[in-house]
Design a binder for this molecule. Structure first.
Ligand SMILES: Cc1cc2nc3c(=O)[nH]c(=O)nc-3n(C[C@H](O)[C@H](O)[C@H](O)COP(=O)(O)OP(=O)(O)OC[C@H]3O[C@@H](n4cnc5c(N)ncnc54)[C@H](O)[C@@H]3O)c2cc1C
Length: 322
């Protein structure tokens, strides 16, 4: 570990009108994805605010580099060959997201709030419940950030991020700060127009606006804790990226996989979780190729036995063909 650090190239500091960003060459991407696999990114920058995003996108344009956007990296599978260009991570240590929550409007029934994309989703779930704002209890215990949840239209327990979403603020095409409404985002089951485009991306979400009904704080807190406990009891806690496959209409991918006896199946260091069949865990120093091999094995076995085609929910990023 020390040897790795010693060989790390020095960061490139880019000065802008309202601050500077530090760009790390040859950055280890296993540190930025919950699967804990993948090669290095040519360059990586962690951004704190909108001016950082603009500066980073300008630097990438000046150097003709594609940009791959990361939130919490909890839905990403990074290629073993790494990621070419710049990885822009919308989270920076030391940022006080609680201080950045803005109350835009309120009446006796509901509140309208603005939240930074960098805010952890589970924090938002807890904070909203504690304040007696309903509609976010499902988010407690989910990894990732508000920006990633917006792009993925994350959800659980019958609720989706879109249910509370009013609009979003983003840096569009790497240069314009614009406000868009929910209809523009076109959210569907684990899909939006920003997700459909995949990576590299030129649009970076910086804030979202949510409308939440008022509720009883004690009841909301209890509901949130119940959801978190259920998650803890039914899902693996190791290195993974959540549900691997979307649920086919009217069924559950986990049920189909479990019924075929595939729990515990391995390819290299990757294993179908013995706890939840729709999770693949990086059990023993898996490579991204192991995980893809296991995904394809499961897809083939399910298609063969049931005729159902399973589509992945996770996103593959980086350089896969070499
Ligand atoms: C243990 C575990 C359990 C999970 N359970 C669930 C679940 O119950 N329900 C569910 O829906 N998901 C679940 N997930 C998946 C994941 O946590 C969610 O999809 C989460 O919302 C992704 O957020 P993220 O910040 O990690 O996004 P990332 O994985 O970093 O990125 C996801 C996508 O969003 C884009 N993106 C991220 N931030 C921005 C931004 N600011 N601007 C533009 N694009 C951006 C990325 O480019 C990428 O396309 C689980 C994951 C794990 C590890």
């Amino acid at each position: 570990m020390t040897a790795r650090r010693a060989r790390r190239p020095a960061p490139i500091v880019v000065e802008g009108d309202s601050g500077s960003i530090s760009i790390q060459p040859d950055a280890r991407m296993d540190l930025y994805s919950t699967f804990r696999v993948g090669g290095t990114a040519d360059f990586l920058v962690r951004v704190a605010d909108e001016s950082d995003v603009l500066l980073a996108m300008q630097w990438a344009d000046d150097h003709n580099l594609p940009v791959t956007v990361f939130g919490g990296g909890s839905n990403m599978l990074v290629a073993d060959h790494g990621i070419r260009g710049l990885v822009l991570v919308v989270r920076k240590p030391g940022r006080d997201v609680a201080a950045e929550l803005e109350l835009l409007d309120e009446d006796s029934d509901a509140v309208t709030i603005s939240v930074p994309a960098a805010a952890p989703l589970t924090w938002l779930g807890r904070e909203a419940s504690q304040r007696g704002w309903a509609g976010m209890t499902w988010a407690v215990g989910l990894p990732g950030n508000v920006g990633g949840a917006t792009v993925n239209n994350a959800g659980a327990h019958g609720t989706e991020f879109k249910d509370a979403l009013v609009g979003l603020r983003l840096i569009e095409d790497g240069r314009r700060l614009v406000d868009r409404d929910r209809e523009w985002l076109s959210p569907e089951y684990r899909m939006t127009r920003l997700k459909a485009g995949g990576n590299p991306k030129r649009d970076v979400v910086t804030r979202v606006t949510l409308q939440l009904e008022r509720g009883d704080a004690d009841a909301l807190r209890a509901e949130a804790e119940q959801h978190a406990e259920y998650r803890h009891a039914t899902q693996p806690t190791g290195k993974c990226a959540g549900s691997i496959f979307k649920n086919p209409p009217g069924d559950f991918s986990g049920r189909l996989i479990e019924e075929l006896g595939l729990k515990g199946t391995r390819v290299g260091g990757a294993q179908v979780s013995p706890i939840h069949a729709n999770f693949i865990v990086n059990e023993e120093d898996a490579t991204a190729a192991d995980i893809v091999g296991l995904i394809e094995l499961v897809q083939a076995r399910v298609a063969e036995a049931t005729g159902t085609e399973l589509h992945t929910e996770i996103e593959r990023v980086g350089e896969w063909n070499q």
